[in-house]
Design a protein around this ligand. Structure first.
Ligand code: MSP
Length: 508
């Protein structure tokens, strides 16, 4: 169905403490899921955890518990955070889920039957914490992991290989004919030149590792964590378990990933899918990384941003708004509490919150909380702006350009604030022009209603609060967007609640 939308986040290593990087991708996916639901799409939004691998096995051993016990404990930190962040996922996939294990093994069997798997020898430099083999071309004489800086181990062992090299040409052709496959555009070029540089077959199994999915025909081998992890996207989409779900969602898959894991998603994963003769996802979007006050975020620096703490301090919607507005999705950005405070004071308190507060205040002052729709209800200037914002918003949302989409919305906020100054309802009231005051207030209230639709994907709690203040049915998703998001879509009468500040200014 052309109105399906399947959005995924990476499945996070369950042993990590959730940080701003995890919160970022998941928040972006939530914004998209809510946006497409609002537009009436059938949405499947999945996130989850990557639970296999040597690190977990080691950690569990050190604690004297089973790996399963360990992951069952750890997964809760992610699930709780998503609750706190209002993440509306439809499915939470864990790689230890038996349905996933079966899908991974079936997928391996399929590639094997098709002749894309062979047994060979792998020799290479391996980073245990990152679970990655590094080619020598990317290492210097220190032989440390280019990602985490820790020492590498030389490993030579029997391994199953996936014949990725056979997909170099098909993948290049695909990239050439699908310029929007990888976004932003610069990443598309980067991947294209990487593929052009030559693809090697990929080792996809390890010996002597207990905590993972066994190779079905040869259980001495455990499947490489990335092979296991990538297949989660198929498990959730119902591959091999629900034909209907799979055909509904898989052709509309959108993967959101951080730039550091783009290659797995943009090279290995398409190769695996081509080997299975499955369609590739619609889009893979690589976002940038957050630094913290100008520095790389890392445990050793002790500057890891804890989303729980940020939400306790500033509230979930300020945090969500900041993540989506501060940086163009796709570029790197810098996080600081100072920037969060400045951004939310300026945009949310002084502009948006102030507009709503003033409007409700005037509605009570001049109309005792009740305002009727003018007849006829027209205003060329407002209507034109609304059309422009709607169009711009949709354009940017479809390109996952969240910050630019919000900029469009703020045109309505700024316009409304200027309109209040220009039309000066207090003067009209003094002059006894009550009809004009009512018309003007209706327009302002209706602007707040329209904002509730645009802002719903980004700040669901605030939207519900705003709609309650406006006396509207709370959940904007229950209305038809087509009819509601238009100039004539407002109610005959607004009967509003007393003004309360939505975003009190934060004093530093
Ligand atoms: N388990 C794999 C993904 C498998 S998906 C089939 C994995 N897990 S992870 O827990 O390390 O995921 C981290 C995610 O967080 C990545 O998308 C990464 O880009 C993102 N970030 C980690 N640090 C980040 C920042 N400082 N800023 C933004 N995102 C960052 O990789």
């Amino acid at each position: 169905m052309d109105n399906s939308f399947y959005v995924t986040t990476p499945i996070y290593y369950v042993n990590d403490v959730p940080h701003i990087g995890h919160a970022y991708t998941t928040c972006a996916a939530d914004v998209l899921a809510r946006y497409y639901r609002l537009r009436g799409y059938q949405v499947l939004f999945s996130t989850g955890t990557d639970e296999h691998g040597q690190k977990i096995e080691k950690a569990a051993r050190d604690l004297g518990i089973t790996p399963q016990e360990l992951v069952d404990k750890m997964v809760i930190r992610f699930q709780d955070l998503w609750k706190k962040m209002n993440i509306s996922y439809d499915e939470f996939i864990r790689t230890t889920d038996p349905r996933h294990i079966k899908v991974v093994q079936d997928f391996f069997r399929l590639l094997d039957e098709r002749g894309y798997i062979y047994l060979g020898d792998y020799e290479g430099w391996y980073c245990v914490p990152c679970e990655t083999f590094w080619p020598e071309s990317q290492l210097d004489e220190r032989l440390v992991c280019p990602d985490c800086g820790r020492s590498l181990e030389k490993l030579k062992e029997e391994s199953y290989f996936f014949a990725l090299s056979r997909f170099q040409e098909p993948l290049l052709q695909y990239l050439e004919s699908h310029p929007d496959f990888i976004m932003p555009e610069s990443r598309h070029h980067e991947i294209e030149s990487f593929v052009r540089g030559g693809l090697k077959d990929q080792s996809i199994s390890r010996l002597g590792l207990e905590w993972g999915i066994p190779v079905p025909s040869d259980p001495r081998h455990t499947l490489y964590v990335w092979f296991d992890a990538l297949v989660n996207y198929l498990t959730v989409a119902g591959w091999g378990t629900s034909e209907e779900k799979f055909s509904n969602f898989w052709p509309y898959a959108y993967h959101l990933v951080g730039k550091d894991i783009l290659r797995f998603h943009a090279v290995l994963w398409p190769g695996m899918l081509m080997a299975a003769s499955l369609p590739l996802p619609r889009r893979i979007f690589a976002h940038g990384w957050w630094t913290v006050e100008g520095e790389k975020m890392s445990k050793s620096r002790g500057n890891v941003v804890d989303p729980y703490l940020m939400i306790d301090r500033y509230g979930v919607d300020r945090f969500r708004y900041f993540l989506m507005r501060e940086v163009s999705f796709g570029l790197d950005g810098d996080f600081s509490e100072k920037a969060l405070i400045e951004r939310s004071n300026a945009d949310l308190s002084d502009n948006f919150g102030n507009f709503v507060h003033r409007t409700l205040g005037m509605v009570w002052r001049y109309k005792k909380g009740v305002v009727k729709k003018p007849s006829p209800y027209q205003d060329g200037e407002w209507e034109k702006l609304l059309e422009e914002v709607k169009e711009g918003f949709q354009y940017y949302m479809e390109r996952f350009a969240f910050s630019q989409a919000l900029e469009q919305v703020w045109k309505l906020v700024h316009f409304a604030n200027r309109y209040i100054e220009r039309e000066a309802p207090w003067k009209l009231h003094k002059e006894g022009k009550e009809k004009e005051v009512e018309n003007l207030l209706y327009r302002l209230l209706d602007n707040a209603r329209l904002l509730s639709f645009f802002l719903y994907p980004f700040m669901p709690d605030t939207t519900l609060k705003l709609r309650e203040l406006l006396g509207l049915q709370q959940d904007p998703g229950k209305e038809s967007l087509e009819e509601s998001l238009c100039w004539q879509g407002g109610p005959e009468v607004y009967s509003v609640e007393e003004a309360q500040p939505l975003f009190p200014r934060i004093i530093e």
